[in-house]
Design a protein around this ligand. Sequence first.
Ligand SMILES: Cc1cc2nc3c(=O)[nH]c(=O)nc-3n(C[C@H](O)[C@H](O)[C@H](O)COP(=O)(O)O)c2cc1C
Length: 171
Amino acid sequence: MNTIPIIFSTITGNAYKLAAAVAEVVPDHVGPYNIRYVNDEVIERFDTFILSYWCNHGTADDDTIALIQRMQGKRLILIGTLGAARESKHGQDVYRRVCELANENNVLLGHYLCRGSIDLRRTARRLRIPEGQKGHLSLERFERQKESLGHPNEQELEAAREAVRQFLTEA
Ligand SMILES: Cc1cc2nc3c(=O)[nH]c(=O)nc-3n(C[C@H](O)[C@H](O)[C@H](O)COP(=O)(O)O)c2cc1C
C-alpha cells in the first residue's frame, strides 16, 4: 500500500478529531492536512485518500464534494460526523448519499460515519427567527441538538480507527 494522505474539512473541529484518531492506525500516511491546501499536485501524486468530512444539509460539506468531484479513479476512505443520531433515518440517508458521491467516479474502500457535536452557540441564534420563517429552529429541536454534545466520544474514535484498519486490510 502506498502513502495515504489524510485530509480533513471542518468548521468546529470534529472532522479533525476523527482524522487525527485514524492517523494512528495508518502506518504510511501524510497529514492530517486541511482540505484548503489540497491542490492538483496532491491529487495526482496519490492513489488512495482518507477524507474526513462534516455533514452539511444532508450530505458531505461543499469542500469535500468539490474535492471528490476533482478526483477520478482514486481509492477513497470517507470518515465523517453529523449532528443527528447516526442510527436515525437522516443518518442513514447521509451515509448513503456520501457513498454514492464517492463511488461516482472513484472507488469507495469504506465509509465510517458517527455523531459530532453541534455548535449550539451558532444554532441558538436561530431560536430568535420566528416560526414559519427560513432558518427557524424550534426549542424542541434545539433541546435535541444538545444530545450531540461530547461526540465523537472515545468509543466512536476507537470505532473509527477499527473501521479504517479493516478497510485497509480489505483493500
Ligand atoms: C451549516 C451547517 C449545516 C449542517 N447540516 C447538518 C445536517 O444536515 N445534518 C446533520 O445531522 N448535521 C448537520 N450539521 C451538524 C454538523 O454536521 C456536525 O456538528 C459536525 O459534527 C460538524 O463537524 P466539524 O466539527 O468537523 O465542523 C450542520 C452544521 C452546520 C454548521
